[in-house]
Write a new protein. Structure first.
Length: 154
């Protein structure tokens, strides 16, 4: 009798763990890419990793960012920067820690979901990158400026 109770409890624990853990696993998405390390409830803000060479491949056939009109103020401005200049943002690192938390590979990834609207660091980086780009700064100088302003010891 004890053995049956132990086996039953073990099976229930394994099933419960599998049910709870399954949304957090790495899985593939329709385009063959991998979801990020942490996908909650089957939703992942980083389903398509931004890479400079893929920006041109997507072209006008698919949005690279959320619609800026969903947001207000500086967040809207940052999403407009990401929409207008995705090639620049794919070349820049985000220093808010989303690379570790959400698996983001570059600053554009922050604007594929709503993360960029809630993070002052992401917003500040995008707006600074746009300003420096408009002044004619090369990408290397923009990276250095972002690192100086936002890296905070990283």
């Amino acid at each position: 009798m004890k053995r049956a109770i132990i086996l039953g409890a073990s099976a229930a624990a394994i099933l419960a763990a599998a049910y709870v853990w399954s949304p957090f696993g790495v899985s593939s998405v329709g385009d063959g890419g991998l979801r990020g390390a942490v996908c909650i409830g089957g939703h992942c803000c980083c389903a398509r990793r931004a890479q400079a060479e893929t920006v041109a491949a997507y072209g006008a056939s698919e949005r690279l960012t959320l619609d800026p009109n969903q947001f207000m103020g500086p967040a809207k401005q940052a999403y407009q920067v990401a929409e207008r200049n995705p090639a620049l943002l794919t070349q820049l690192h985000c220093y808010c820690g989303c690379d570790r938390t959400y698996g983001h590979r570059n600053l554009l990834d922050c604007y594929r979901g709503d993360h960029g609207s809630k993070c002052e660091i992401c917003i500040g980086e995008a707006l600074m990158a746009q300003q420096l780009s408009e002044q004619g700064s090369p990408v290397e100088q923009i990276r250095d400026a972002l690192r100086r302003n936002y890296a905070g010891g990283r």
